[in-house]
Design a protein around this ligand. Structure first.
Ligand code: NAD
Length: 270
């Protein structure tokens, strides 16, 4: 089937759904300038996750200088993030929620771009880099973009000077006075909100699988939960579909190009 026919078929499937859920991965933010996990030349191609270690604040509090690799990784990550905004793929999902079609977005991304694009029910199984979690009381503080960038630059400055006192001051943002960490799931830590994500997958009647290689577990099991519960699945991936055995419609293309076309067709069908 050619791309136009597949896009039409996906639009029909979405238009007839009453409980649509999206499941997204790093590919959705690729067109925002954030490299995916496996992009050649991207962040993760040049840094070994095991060299980066765990939470940068916790590591720095130990008092020993932050390794040069961690410092370079954090600086590069912040510079990349600073340039990145929502792309037409994120915005299409925002429109689907506005139209009352999309119930939730389950994402593996930590970049906050789904929320920035207007999605309100976002389940971030790997956390959110713009959110802080208090180590004392568990309170979560979502920073707005400007607050996040200001804190990120202060962090880089403190790391450069190995200023542990400055780091403690920066991390003490909870009203309870407790010290916070960045609320992302580091390698080896359990994912966040998994029961909620599984419930979303098991109770949807259609799922959009977007820009994910489907190799990071347990997130990668979510399309299987949806399928088992009877949902119909549409996958969009720039290179090749990664869930070929369970999808109903598979489209090879960039989400920033394909999703707006689908949404336009859905609008005309309702
Ligand atoms: P991945 O890097 O393993 O796979 C990305 C997939 O997206 C690939 O299959 C690729 O073909 C596809 N892709 C690339 N560009 C695309 C585009 N424009 N449109 C559609 N598809 C595109 O990503 P993953 O499966 O999400 O797993 C990586 C892990 O790394 C995740 O757990 C995530 O937490 C983390 N991560 C997050 C970000 C982010 O927050 N933006 C970025 C990189 C990595």
């Amino acid at each position: 089937m050619d791309d136009d026919r597949l896009i039409e078929e996906a639009a029909r499937l979405i238009s007839s759904a009453s409980q649509l859920v999206a499941f997204s991965g790093a590919g959705v933010s690729e067109e925002s300038g954030i490299p995916t996990f496996r992009d050649p030349g991207g962040l993760w191609d040049r840094y070994d996750p095991s060299d980066i270690g765990g939470d940068v604040f916790e590591d720095a509090f130990s008092g020993s200088p932050v390794p040069d690799t961690t410092f370079r990784f954090v600086s590069e990550f912040v510079a990349t993030f600073e340039k990145a905004g929502t792309n037409p793929g994120h915005e299409a999902l925002g429109r689907l929620e506005e139209m009352g079609i999309l119930r939730s977005v389950i994402t593996q991304n930590i970049d906050n771009l789904h929320r920035q694009a207007g999605n309100s029910n976002v389940i971030e199984v790997h956390g959110n880099v713009t959110r802080m979690a208090c180590l004392a009381c568990g309170n979560k503080i979502l920073l707005d973009r400007d607050e996040f960038l200001a804190a990120a630059h202060d962090l880089i400055d403190c790391l450069k000077r190995n200023d542990v006192e400055g780091l403690v001051k920066l991390a003490s943002m909870c009203p309870c006075g407790g010290v916070c960490r960045i609320d992302v799931v580091n390698f080896g830590e359990p994912v966040q909100d998994l029961p909620k994500a599984v419930l979303e997958a098991r109770t949807c009647d259609a799922m959009l699988i977007l820009g994910t290689s489907g190799v990071v577990w347990p997130a990668a099991t979510l399309p299987g939960h949806a399928k088992k519960a009877g949902a119909r699945l549409v996958e969009i991936n720039a290179t090749a579909c990664c869930f070929p055995d369970i999808i109903d419609v598979g489209i090879t293309g960039k989400t920033g190009e394909v999703l707006p076309r689908i949404v336009e067709l859905v609008q005309g069908m309702r």
